[in-house]
Design a protein. Structure first.
Length: 530
């Protein structure tokens, strides 16, 4: 080889350079994309065939004078910005033990999103999923393993997870903030962050191979509630063509609070902090403000009917048919609540059940005991578990389904997830009795392998394949059905109820006749709020 090179008149120095470059590893340039604010350098995963871009700023850091202001445009940059690591998670207290973060610490500077996309996806016009995490508007992050976007991206979907402001930083609603706002609005900064992320997707997702005209918004718990109000808000009209809600809607007992109540709560916070001006509040450290919000007797901050993002209540918007008329896939789980929460460590006997329901429902107890009937221990446990789950989150999910079905002008697909998580690998706990709140996430997004806590088996993998198939088909077409999957009809009246898909080891369609339960709980809730 050397003689051949010499015959071609290579100099010694040129030969040396050639040999060095031949023996050295190739530079890892990674995939790059050009978006509105600059060039991003991501990471290519050769095993999955995906390009990943993490920690992309979609808005300016909401710090200093931008604390408690709507998200502002992200700054441009020169050169190449590395997008190899998740950005910081938003300020939050360690409330939830099941959140496993991969984020780069915690900060107010947290308005970042992450993209998983098939390699060489530019100009492919692939469908897009934008997913909002759960956590009661007090916790969560787009870096959590259970929300990882790789599995759906391998099915030809550009998958995006989004960070949004939480707790006091996301939902403080002071009159002084409304006074300085051009829209005369206060609160809902976390929801406005989500809206800004959707607008970022419209401008930039094409660079990653995504189609801005095929966007599905999805989420679980508070993320699902967020989807319900993004569909309702006039600010988000046209930013999504499909929607997925896993357990929760900002309707019925989970409706946003009236503006006056939100302002009263926020003024109470201001007094507790001893900081009577916005300048002082914005100068206070984020951790100190979080500590005040976390005091045991202080109610959690949550969304409000602000007159801007939500010009009126979501119920009124859906009832009038003014929400987004897009296909909706939604549902809840078989054990959203648990009977033990009702009995307060007492045995589930008929007498204790009557006493507990009387404490809960007062003059409505007799009717409630008929709708949630049970005599033997097993039946009482099942009835009390159903009641607790309905009161917690299934009622709001049903109301969302019902109103979108009546006025949404597009198909609705309603599910009931039944697969309990298996025993823990370390033997500390056996399998759950039913599908607990948030228990469907790893199944739906294809992330069982990312959760090493549970001893997943072949049955779990089978259910996950079905659920991923439904989700992927819906994201691509607005219809979950496809080859190899049990038929899932859209919501329609049948035999005194509505069609609903049970998703589990035995996936099949049933007629759901639980409307009487939910209507009853709505009446009780209305009486309690008179």
């Amino acid at each position: 080889m050397l003689q051949s090179l010499l015959r071609h008149r290579f100099t010694v120095s040129a030969l040396a350079m050639l040999l060095i470059s031949a023996s050295a590893p190739a530079a890892d340039t990674g995939p790059s994309v050009d978006i509105a604010t600059g060039t991003l350098l991501g990471v290519h995963d050769a095993k999955s065939g995906l390009d990943e871009f993490k920690g992309i700023p979609y808005a300016a850091p909401p710090v200093g004078p931008l604390r408690w202001k709507p998200p502002q445009a992200a700054s441009t940059w020169t050169g190449v910005r590395k997008a190899e690591h998740f950005g910081p998670r938003c300020m939050q207290r360690p409330i939830y033990s099941d959140m496993v973060f991969r984020s780069d610490g915690m900060s107010e500077d947290c308005l970042y999103l992450n993209v998983w996309t098939p390699a060489q996806g530019a100009n492919k016009k692939l469908p897009v999923l934008v997913y909002f995490y759960g956590g009661g508007y007090t916790g969560g992050d787009g870096s959590e393993s259970r929300y990882d976007g790789a599995s759906l991206a391998q099915r030809g979907i550009v998958t995006v997870t989004v960070n949004y402001r939480l707790d006091v930083f996301g939902f403080l609603a002071l009159p002084a903030l409304a006074a300085e706002s051009p829209a005369h609005a206060t609160g809902n900064y976390g929801l406005l962050d989500q809206n800004a992320a959707l607008r970022w997707v419209q401008r930039n997702i094409g660079a990653f191979g995504g189609d801005p005209n095929q966007v599905t918004i999805g989420g679980e718990s508070a993320g699902s509630m967020s989807v319900s109000v993004q569909m309702a808000s006039p600010l988000s009209k046209g930013l999504a063509q499909r929607a997925i809600g896993e357990s929760g809607a900002m309707l019925a007992n989970l409706r946003p609070q009236p503006l006056a109540d939100a302002e009263h709560q926020s003024e109470d916070f201001e007094k507790r902090a001893g900081l009577p001006s916005l300048k002082q509040l914005r100068a206070k450290s984020a951790s100190a403000l979080l500590d005040i919000a976390g005091q045991k007797d202080f109610p959690e901050f949550r969304p409000t009917i602000d007159g801007y993002f939500l010009p009126e209540s979501p119920e009124a918007i859906y009832r009038a048919g003014k929400q987004a008329h897009i296909p909706l896939l939604l549902g809840s789980n078989s054990q959203e609540g648990y009977y033990k929460n009702l009995f307060d460590n007492q045995a589930p006997t008929p007498a204790n059940y009557r006493a507990a329901m009387t404490r809960e429902l007062k003059e409505h107890a007799a009717e409630g005991l008929k709708l949630y009937a049970g005599t033997g221990e097993a039946a009482i446990k099942a009835a009390a578990t159903a009641y607790e789950g309905d009161q917690f989150i299934a009622l709001s999910t049903w109301q969302w389904m019902q109103q979108q079905h009546e006025t949404g002008g597009a198909p609705v697909y309603y599910y009931y997830f039944t697969t309990p998580r298996p025993a823990k690998r370390d033997g500390s706990a056996g399998a759950d009795d039913g599908a607990v709140h948030s228990g469907e996430i790893e199944y739906a997004l294809g992330n069982l392998g990312g959760n090493s806590v549970y001893a997943w088996g072949p049955a779990d993998q089978h259910v996950s394949e079905i659920m991923q198939g439904y989700w992927a088909n819906f994201i691509k077409t607005g219809n979950p059905n496809g080859p190899g999957l049990p038929d899932w009809p859209a919501v329609a009246a049948r035999d005194g109820g509505l069609l609903r898909q049970v998703i589990g080891t035995d996936t099949h369609t049933v007629v759901d006749r639980n409307a009487a339960r939910y209507q009853f709980l709505q009446r009780v809730d209305a009486d309690q709020h008179l």
